[in-house]
Ligand binder design. Structure first.
Ligand SMILES: C[S@@+](CC[C@H](N)C(=O)[O-])C[C@H]1O[C@@H](n2cnc3c(N)ncnc32)[C@H](O)[C@@H]1O
Length: 229
């Protein structure tokens, strides 16, 4: 039945051989949609209460599958307004995405084999990256995120539901998004996740005490800490 299981359809985003122009056009549309849907808001609303304001004063953060690094740019500015210093390392397996974003600290690499020592970051985040992976790869991605954080992981992606599918269909048409971005947006929801699936994958990844929750009906969030607050 529609949306009862994750789709395995490949997104245009993940096709090899795309030109820099095509990739830049896709990220332009994605970043417009991200800004409209305030994709940084789950992080802004949840992190201070969860980690504690003291801890938030200085954070070394890894964004896995950062794309152009827009999330890090927005959250760095937002943290500065709170008087906090957040440093982002943006990792992506697409060097062109990182080049387009032109952020200061970027690393080309795979979410499945992070090129960092154990316990290198205070916080590891991922936004709308996890749905690009198979379930088996998600387990590896989360094991890796858990390995390189010394404290917390906060993973955010799309919740697979008909309401979000309809909302994206309507919004992307209204914005006259590039046809490949429209197709990818809808495939992304079909590749998205439901709560029970993430709880099961977190258990397989060996992340104890993971909390999985739904954000405003559109996103799914996994958060877990190594250190007790
Ligand atoms: C939909 S974009 C999301 C970008 C950004 N995080 C955001 O929230 O808008 C997904 C990103 O994940 C990256 N990606 C997909 N699979 C990856 C992997 N195995 N390792 C690292 N990055 C990956 C893609 O290159 C792309 O930049």
């Amino acid at each position: 039945m529609f949306l009862s299981h994750r789709s395995t359809q490949t997104e245009y985003f993940d096709l090899p051989g795309r030109t820099e122009g095509e990739i830049a056009a896709s990220f332009r549309d994605l970043n417009r949609v991200n800004s409209l849907f305030r994709f940084s808001h789950p992080f802004e609303s949840a992190l201070p209460g969860w980690l504690g304001r003291k801890k938030c004063e200085r954070l070394k953060i890894l964004d896995v599958g950062a794309g152009t690094g827009l999330l890090g740019e927005i959250l760095t500015q937002w943290a500065l307004k709170q008087g906090w210093h957040w440093h982002f390392t943006n990792l992506d397996n697409n060097p062109l995405a990182l080049k387009i974003g032109n952020q200061p600290d970027t690393v080309v690499g795979s979410a499945l084999r992070l090129p960092f020592a154990d316990n290198s970051f205070d916080l590891v985040v991922a936004s709308q990256m996890t749905h690009h992976l198979t379930d088996e790869q998600v387990v590896t991605h989360w094991r890796e995120a858990w390995r390189v954080t010394r404290d917390a992981v906060f993973i955010c992606d799309l919740h697979r539901n008909a309401g979000l599918y309809a909302l994206l269909w309507f919004t992307l048409r209204l914005l006259r998004a590039n046809p490949s971005v429209l197709a990818d947006g809808l495939i992304s929801v079909r590749r998205g996740f439901q709560l029970g699936e993430w709880r099961e994958l977190a258990a397989q990844a060996g992340i104890p005490g993971a909390k999985v929750w739904r954000y405003h009906g559109t996103r799914i969030v996994l958060q877990a800490r190594k250190q007790k607050p």
